[in-house]
Design a protein around this ligand. Structure first.
Ligand code: ADP
Ligand code: ZN
Ligand code: ZN
Length: 732
């Protein structure tokens, strides 16, 4: 018998091993972790399959050193999904498998035991409780334990009887009680009675019915609903149907910032055990939630990107909210798209998948047009709220105060005077993006990156947002020793200070990564903003996502022009999504909202389309541009990135890689580059790119396998850091 093992190492392919030499109490099976010899070292691995034969020479086969699990951590279908993803994204299978496990299990530690520590009576204890008359405390403990068939947790015993460790020890010594594990209480026990939701409108009902009819088989849907159209209500109704049938569901969301609010809403409406899986949890809580899902105890898993891999034995529905969001794409290591894998997983599990968004990704819209996804539309806001009105404001030659044009300032004052809320959006944190010397023109630059240092005034630091370098702010110009250093441009920190001067009597909060570093701070600020306590809100894209501020009637977008002319061909798409998402925060209740977009390019065709005809028409126009240029989704890309500490090494490596590529290129596969990365030096490393593009997916996939084999065999390849990104989302 041969065990095929995916070893946790940057190596392609699987490795064959013989059974464990010593006798083991458990039978090795796929999905269990093992320790195996590899070269002269020992590695962790996971058994992937059992085989009857091997291509390895018999004298080179070695036995598995030891088995780490008693039961499989992953089921055959979990393994299949992750290994499929590893092949698709050209990532080493062992690394892919281990990155899908909770962190503690990536090391040779045993799985956490389920449940909390507790105590129960032994069979003798159940019979012998009457003889405890001379030990009153022991009798008290025993009687309490007798009432509970499964025992009681240590914490509950302490709660009811105070410290009773002495009595428990005595009972254990007499063989009357024993320690055990008590399954964690399911969260719904301590919950308020759950609420009913609004009755669905016709569009929502149609969407719910369409997906319901598809339950039990694979089908992909695009739920294309404007902000506030009641997409979440659609999810809730679908979940009610599905969970009542005893199956499990997976709801993927972009960011943890969104989960507490959504979690509460789901808890209010769904009487099923739910677990959340995201990076803000402790490793232990994450692992417990993961096991709860894997054991089938959790009906609903609410999670961010990596939850797409969580084992769900009775999976019946996958929902991906804000499917256009970039955070579904893992940007380093195992570079997968959780959105795309969700579709693959639904196909494998034979269940529907719903991708929801007010601003669907162009890829997704294209899939809908091609008939691969069925499009369900929610064109109007639920509950009668009016759509926000989008105005572009030409700020060329306008006198700006705090970056705000006179028109926008007047509108702000009007809304604030009427006790409405105003939201300003500026997607740049810090005080100013540049610090410069007024005398000699010196500019604060990062010594390790092609980038300027951002001034953070409150912290009195110059900070590189790319490599994390932190410098104190110089008192004098490092070049000419002059004392006239000036901040140029504006980040949220500066805007906040300026607004406090312009609106001295108005409460305001800033929400960005710097102002919400403390745990719980983001949630607290968002809650206050939602309740309408704070008239003036300002922030970065943290404010743009999914939140619901019913009192906001005016949204000002200060500076998105770089999105119109960005180097990345996806820049206009991202800009439009951001505008529509930010706009969606306004006027969600009964008060109508207006959105003002300040720009120096009011005639830009895509901007005009977006403003006059909305996102759908914009997306059509943008897709047409992509089609003409032969760009995704009308072609398929893979990006090889390389970096090195010496200037030429990365580029030379990519030249050799390009040479190999041309040697094995197939018809229809184009090799473009190498070229320097948009930021050529970052964190002291020189970076370059090689882009591979094809009009068809299959030849690209075949080509990539052949090419990577050649690239791995190049001499000196170990001296450069390189990676391959299949379906790259950012050309950084
Ligand atoms: P989305 O997820 O599309 O942004 P939500 O589901 O959060 O929208 O709905 C926005 C608001 O409208 C919520 O306050 C929700 O309770 C309410 N709502 C949703 N559907 C309806 C409906 N059919 N009738 C009335 N109000 C609704
Ligand atoms: Zn100077
Ligand atoms: Zn830097």
């Amino acid at each position: 018998m041969i065990f095929r093992v995916a070893v946790d190492a940057p190596l392609p392919g699987l490795f064959d091993y013989l059974p464990v030499a010593s006798r083991t109490a458990y039978t090795p099976a796929p999905g269990m972790r093992v320790l195996v010899p590899l070269g002269r070292s020992q590695r962790m691995g996971m058994i992937v399959e059992l085989a009857g034969r091997t291509d390895q020479a018999p004298d080179r086969l070695k036995p598995i050193d030891s088995l780490l699990d008693q039961t499989p951590l992953l089921s055959p279908s979990d393994l299949e999904l992750i290994l499929w993803a590893a092949r698709y994204y050209k990532h080493p299978p062992g690394e892919a498998l281990f990155s899908a496990l909770p962190v503690r299990l990536r090391r040779p530690s045993p799985p956490l035991e389920d449940g909390e520590p507790g105590w129960r009576l032994t069979p003798e204890g159940r019979r012998g409780i009457a003889c405890l008359t001379r030990a009153p405390k022991q009798a008290l403990v025993a009687r309490l334990l007798l009432d509970s068939s499964i025992g009681l947790s240590t914490s509950e015993l302490r709660l009811r009887l105070g410290d009773c460790r002495g009595a428990l020890g005595a009972l254990a010594t007499r063989g009357l009680a024993e320690p055990c594990r008590i399954a964690s209480a399911t969260p719904q026990s301590a919950r308020a009675p759950f609420k009913s939701g609004p009755g669905l409108n016709d569009d929502q009902r149609h969407a719910v019915d369409s997906v319901r009819e598809a339950l039990g088989g694979f089908r992909a849907f695009l739920l294309d609903g404007v902000t506030g159209s009641g997409k979440t209500e659609v999810y809730i109704q679908l979940l009610r149907t599905l969970l009542a049938s005893g199956r499990q569901a997976l709801l993927l969301v972009p960011e943890i910032g969104l989960t507490p609010q959504l979690q509460r809403r789901l808890a209010d409406r769904l009487d099923f055990p739910t677990v959340a899986l995201h990076s803000a949890l402790s490793a232990g809580d994450r692992e417990r939630a993961w096991r709860c899902a894997a054991a089938g105890d959790a009906a609903l898993v609410l999670g961010t990107r990596s939850a797409v891999f969580v084992p769900l034995p009775r999976l019946g529905l996958i929902l991906v909210d804000e499917e256009h969001d970039l955070s579904f794409k893992q940007q380093d290591g195992f570079r997968y798209s959780a959105r795309d894998l969700a579709v693959r997983r639904a196909q494998q599990a034979g269940c529907p998948v719903v991708l929801g968004s007010a601003t669907p990704a162009l890829e997704t819209l294209h899939n809908a047009r091609m008939g691969r996804y069925r499009r369900l539309e929610l064109p109007v806001r639920a509950g009668g709220a009016l759509p926000p009105e989008l105005l572009t404001l030409d700020i060329r030659a306008q006198p700006l105060r705090a970056g705000l044009s006179p028109v926008l300032l007047r509108m702000m004052r009007e809304q604030l005077a009427n006790a409405n809320q105003v939201l300003l959006f500026l997607n740049r944190r810090g005080f100013a993006p540049v610090l410069t010397c007024h005398l000699c023109g010196w500019v604060g630059e990062c010594p390790h990156c092609d980038a300027r240092l951002t001034l953070h005034l409150a912290a009195n630091r110059l900070w590189c947002h790319h490599c994390g370098l932190i410098r104190s702010v110089p008192g004098n110009c490092p070049e000419c020793k002059g004392s006239d250093l000036r901040p140029l441009g504006r980040g949220t920190e500066r805007l906040e200070a300026e607004l406090r001067q312009l609106f001295p009597d108005t409460r305001l909060v800033r929400i960005d990564r710097d102002s919400t570093r403390r745990k719980g701070e983001l949630e607290r600020l968002l809650e206050a903003a939602r309740r309408g306590e704070i008239p003036l809100l300002l922030g970065t894209q943290m404010l743009a996502k999914g939140h619901h501020f019913p009192g906001v009637t005016l949204v000002g977008i200060l500076d998105l022009d770089q999105g119109l002319y960005g180097a990345d061909f996806r820049a206009p798409e991202r800009m439009a999504q951001l505008v529509v998402q930010v706009a969606g925060r306004a006027g969600r209740a009964q008060r109508p909202g207006r959105v003002v977009l300040q720009t120096r390019h009011p005639d830009h065709p895509l901007l005009v389309t977006l403003q006059q005809q909305g996102y759908a028409t914009f997306a059509d126009a943008a897709l047409e541009e992509r089609r003409q240029a032969g760009l995704p989704p009308f072609s398929y890309q893979a990006l090889m990135r390389a970096d090195s500490s010496e200037q030429e090494t990365a580029k030379q490596f990519l030249h050799r890689a390009a040479h190999e590529a041309n040697a094995c290129a197939r018809k229809g596969v184009n090799i473009l580059g190498p070229i320097p990365a948009p930021m050529e030096v970052r964190a002291g490393r020189y970076r370059a790119h090689l882009l591979v593009q094809s009009n068809l997916r299959p030849p690209l996939t075949v080509f990539l396998d052949a090419w990577l084999t050649r690239v791995r065999a190049l001499r000196g390849v170990a001296r450069v850091r390189w990676s391959l990104d299949v379906d790259p989302q950012e050309m950084l």
